[in-house]
Design a protein around this ligand. Structure first.
Ligand code: ZN
Ligand code: ZN
Ligand code: FE
Length: 754
C-alpha cells in the first residue's frame, strides 16, 4: 500500500451553483480519494486524502471542470493525513454572503439535451429537464437561501424517482433545486389569445406546427415571454411588426445549433464561442448575403442578433419547426418583458395567435442579454439573463452596502457589498409606468435575494431622471454621481483599476457638473473625483429628443455651424424630402435658442454625419443611424478629415470635418469611404487627446467607455492607435448606460469615505 497524504485545494472561479461539488465528489470517488468539499464565500475548498499519485490526478482533473464551471485559480497546500474513508459534500458554512448561493440561469447542458432526445429516457421531450449544471436559477428564486422552498418550484412535490436523484451525492441532480420530470414537474399548455386552453395532447408540437404555417406564438421562456415566428417568412414578420407597433428595429433570431448559425452569418471563432457560452446571449454578427432569413427581420442593417436555444423548451421547439425563429421579447414597444400567464393574455392577446404557456412561475423578469465581439473579445451590451446576478469582483471592498439606481435609459441597478457588486436585470428605458414598477421591483428583489440592506444610495446627477427621483425618495444617505465619471468608474471597477486613469467617455448625453449636457468627454479620474481634460464642441438639437428621431435636424445644425450661417443644402440628398419651410423653422429654433438644447454627445455627431452620408433623414429607433453608419464603413485606411482643437478646456471642434464631409458627399464619394474617414478622424483625435493627457499626467491606464465604444471601428481603432499604452475596453459590464450603476456605486463609496 502506498503512503497516504493530504492536500487542501482552494479553488476560485465559476464553481458555485453549477454542479461543481457533485462533480468533485464523483471524481474523488473514482480516484479512491477520501475527504470533503465545501462552498464558502470565496469559492470552493477541497480537502483530499489518498496516495500521492491520486492526489496529483485529482488536482489535474479539477483544473478542467465541465462547463459551465470554470476554474480561474487553484492553490494546493499539503496538509496532514486524516483517518477518513469517505468523500463527502459538506453543507455550506453559515454566515457567509448568501448571495453566492443564487447563480444566474444556465443554458441546458449537453447531458440534459441528450436525455431530451432519447426516447428511452424518462425525460424524453420534457421541456423542464435540468440538473445541477443547468436550468433556471435567478428567475425562479423568491428568497434566500437558494433552496427549493424559496423558488417557484416550491409548488411542485418531487416524485420518488426525482427525490432519489436529488438526495444522491453521486447523481447529476444532487440538490438540483428545480429538479423535475413529466410525472411531478411543470407542464406545458397551449392557449387561445383570450386565455382559454386549447384541446391538445401535444402543446409543443401544436405550437410548432402553427409557427411553421406562419402564425405568431407567444412562448413562455426563462425570464419572460417571447413572440416566436418563422424567421424566413416576410409576411409573418411584417405582420408581427404591425401588431407590435415596431417599425424597423431588428428582431433577435434563435437558431437550432451552431451549424444553423454558420448558415446565416459570417462567424469568427470568438463569435462562435460567445454564441455557445453558457450565458447564451444574443450575439450581434454580420449576416451572410445569401442567408435564408427574411429581410424584414433586420430591415436596414447588415447585422443580425443570433442566439442558440437555452432551455429544453427552445431545443424542442427549434427541432420541431426546423427553421430559424424570430424570438423577440414579448412586450408592446418600450414596456418591460411580459412574464406572467394572466398578464400575457392581457398584453399579448392582440399580438399572438396562440400562447404556449406553463405553470412554473417566473419570479423575476429577465430579458435576453446582448453581446458582441469587439477587438477579439466579447463585450456585453445588455447584461441580463444568464449573467445576472453573477457578481463582479471588486479590487477594494466597499465600506458599506451601496445601492446604485442607474440612469434613465437602458436602466439596470447595481448593489455593491463587501468585495462584490451585483447588477440587477435589464429594465430598459424608464418612460412608462410599467417600466418604473419593474425598476422598483428589480431593486427590491435584488436586495432580497442578496439579503443586503443598502446604507448608501448612488444616483445620476440629472435631476429629471426617474431613477434620480426614486433615489431622492429613499431614506438612506444619497450621493449624486456625474454621468461620465460613473461610466469611467464602471470601466475601472471591471478591470480592478484603483486610479487614477485617463477615461474616454463617449455617449449620447449626460448631465454635467455645470448643468449643461455633456457627451464626448476625456477625464482624468479616480473613484473619488475627476478632472475634465477635453470635450466636444456642442451642437444644437432643434426639437430636443425629436432631433434624435429626425437626424436631418442635427445635420442642419452641424452644417450651419460649420459654414458660419445658412449652409447650402441643395446638393445633399438627406434634405430632398424635407420641405423648405421645415428647414426654415429648424434654423429659427437654433438661432433663437428656442427648444434647441446644446449637446456634446458623440452619438449626436454620428446621427448628424450618418444622416448626411447615408442620405437618411429619419430613424425609427435610437442608435439606428450610429450602427448603420458604422456598418457602412469600408475596411482599410482611406485618410481622415481634420478635427481642430479650440478653447481652454479644450473642445474638439468638428467643423472642418463637417465641411470636408459635405465636399465629399457632393463630389459623390462613396458613403463607405466617407464613413471610414469619419471613424478614423475620431480615432485620431481621441488618441491625440489621450497622448496629450499622458504628457501632462503620466502614462496612466486608459479606459474607453460609453455607448459609442460599442462601435467596433472606433473601439478597435483607438486601441490600435494607443497600442503602447495600457488600454481597457469593457467586457462583462456594458459600456453604455446599462453598465453605469457599477461606477455610481463605487464613486459613492469613495465619496462617502471622504
Ligand atoms: Zn443539465
Ligand atoms: Zn419527478
Ligand atoms: Fe451614458
Amino acid at each position: 500500500m502506498t503512503a497516504r497524504g493530504g492536500v487542501r485545494l482552494e479553488i476560485r472561479g465559476t464553481v458555485q451553483g453549477v454542479g461543481f461539488r457533485p462533480w468533485v465528489y464523483r471524481v474523488a470517488r473514482e480516484l479512491g480519494i477520501a475527504g470533503r468539499v465545501r462552498n464558502h464565500a470565496r469559492g470552493v475548498t477541497v480537502e483530499a486524502f489518498g496516495s500521492a499519485q491520486a492526489l496529483e490526478h485529482l488536482a489535474g482533473r479539477l483544473r478542467e471542470p465541465p462547463l459551465p464551471a470554470r476554474v480561474r485559480e487553484l492553490v494546493a497546500e499539503a496538509i496532514p493525513d486524516e483517518p477518513v474513508v469517505e468523500f463527502v459534500i459538506e453543507h455550506s458554512a453559515e454566515g457567509g454572503p448568501r448571495a453566492l448561493s443564487i447563480p444566474p440561469d444556465l443554458a441546458t447542458c449537453p447531458d440534459c439535451a441528450r436525455e431530451l432526445r432519447d426516447p428511452a429516457d424518462r425525460r424524453y421531450r420534457y421541456a423542464f429537464t435540468n440538473c445541477t449544471a443547468c436550468g433556471p436559477r435567478f428567475t425562479i428564486a423568491t428568497g434566500v437561501p437558494y433552496d427549493r422552498p424559496a423558488t417557484t418550484m416550491a409548488a411542485f412535490v418531487m416524485c420518488p424517482a426525482c427525490q432519489r436523484e436529488y438526495d444522491d451525492p453521486g447523481d447529476r441532480r444532487f440538490h438540483a433545486q428545480p429538479n423535475a420530470c413529466p410525472v411531478c414537474g411543470p407542464a406545458l399548455a397551449l392557449w387561445s389569445p383570450d386565455g382559454s386552453p386549447m384541446a391538445t395532447g401535444d402543446p409543443l408540437g401544436d405550437a410548432a406546427a402553427r409557427i411553421a404555417r406562419g402564425e405568431i406564438v407567444a412562448v413562455k421562456g426563462l425570464g419572460g415571454f417571447h413572440l416566436a415566428c418563422d424567421a424566413t417568412r416576410p409576411a409573418t414578420i411584417a405582420e408581427l411588426r404591425r401588431r407590435k407597433h415596431r417599425d424597423a428595429k431588428p428582431f433577435a433570431v434563435m437558431v437550432a445549433d451552431l451549424a444553423a448559425a454558420h448558415a446565416l452569418a459570417v462567424l469568427d471563432p470568438e463569435e462562435v464561442a460567445l454564441l455557445a457560452a453558457p450565458e447564451r446571449p444574443i450575439v450581434l454578427v454580420r449576416r451572410r448575403a445569401d442567408a435564408a432569413l427574411a429581410r424584414e427581420v433586420a430591415p436596414r442593417t447588415e447585422l443580425v442578433g443570433l442566439m442558440l436555444p437555452y432551455t429544453p423548451l427552445h431545443h424542442l421547439l427549434l427541432a420541431a419547426v426546423g427553421r430559424p425563429l424570430v424570438m423577440t421579447s414579448a412586450n408592446p414597444s418600450d414596456e418591460p418583458i411580459c412574464a406572467d400567464n394572466a398578464e400575457a393574455v392581457l398584453r399579448l392577446g392582440a399580438i399572438a395567435d396562440a400562447l404556449l404557456v406553463h405553470d412554473r412561475a417566473i419570479a423575476t423578469r429577465c430579458d435576453d442579454s446582448v453581446a458582441r465581439v469587439i477587438a477579439g473579445r466579447p463585450i456585453v451590451m445588455r447584461r441580463s439573463r444568464g449573467y445576472v446576478p453573477r457578481p463582479i469582483a471588486l479590487a477594494r471592498p466597499v465600506a458599506r452596502p451601496v445601492l446604485a439606481v442607474g440612469a434613465q435609459l437602458k436602466n439596470a441597478c447595481c448593489l455593491a457589498t463587501g468585495d462584490s457588486a451585483y447588477f440587477g436585470p435589464h429594465v430598459g428605458d424608464l418612460e412608462t409606468v410599467a417600466a418604473l414598477e419593474f425598476f422598483e421591483a428589480a431593486i427590491a428583489r435584488l436586495a432580497q435575494v442578496l439579503a443586503v440592506v443598502p446604507e448608501l444610495v448612488a444616483h445620476d446627477l440629472h435631476p429629471g431622471y426617474l431613477s434620480t427621483q426614486y433615489a431622492l425618495g429613499r431614506p438612506e444617505r444619497r450621493i449624486a454621481v456625474q454621468h461620465h465619471h460613473a461610466h469611467v468608474a464602471s470601466a475601472m471597477a471591471e478591470h480592478g483599476l484603483t486610479g487614477p486613469v485617463i477615461g474616454v467617455a463617449y455617449d449620447g448625453t449626460g448631465w454635467g457638473t455645470d448643468g449643461t449636457a455633456w457627451g464626448g468627454e476625456v477625464l482624468l479620474a479616480g473613484y473619488a473625483g475627476f478632472e475634465r481634460l477635453a470635450t466636444f464642441r456642442p451642437v444644437a438639437l432643434a426639437g430636443g429628443d425629436l432631433a434624435i428621431r429626425e437626424p436631418w435636424r442635427i445635420a442642419v445644425a452641424l452644417l450651419d455651424d460649420a459654414f458660419g450661417g445658412d449652409a447650402p443644402l441643395g446638393d445633399l440628398a438627406v434634405f430632398d424630402a424635407i420641405p423648405a419651410r421645415s428647414i426654415a423653422v429648424v434654423r429659427g429654433m437654433i438661432r433663437a435658442r428656442v427648444n434647441a438644447p446644446l449637446a456634446r454627445g458623440i452619438g449626436r455627431l454620428f446621427d448628424g454625419i450618418g444622416a448626411l452620408g447615408l442620405g437618411q433623414a429619419r430613424t425609427t429607433y435610437e442608435g439606428e443611424l450610429a450602427v448603420a453608419w458604422n456598418v457602412a464603413a469600408a475596411d482599410g485606411p482611406h485618410g481622415v478629415y481634420p478635427i481642430e482643437l479650440a478653447g481652454e478646456l479644450p473642445e474638439l471642434d468638428p467643423r472642418p470635418l463637417v465641411r470636408a464631409v459635405v465636399a465629399d458627399v457632393i463630389a459623390g464619394v462613396a458613403p463607405a469611404i466617407v464613413s471610414a474617414r469619419f471613424h478614423d478622424s475620431l480615432v485620431l483625435a481621441t488618441a491625440d487627446r489621450v497622448r496629450a493627457a499622458t504628457r501632462a499626467h503620466g502614462r496612466l491606464p486608459v479606459v474607453l467607455t460609453g455607448g459609442a465604444f460599442q462601435n467596433p471601428r472606433l473601439a478597435e481603432g483607438v486601441c490600435r492607435a494607443l497600442a503602447d499604452l495600457e488600454v481597457y475596453l469593457h467586457g462583462e459590464v456594458p459600456p453604455g448606460d446599462g453598465g453605469i450603476a457599477l461606477g455610481q456605486a463605487l464613486v459613492a463609496d469613495a465619496v462617502a469615505r471622504g
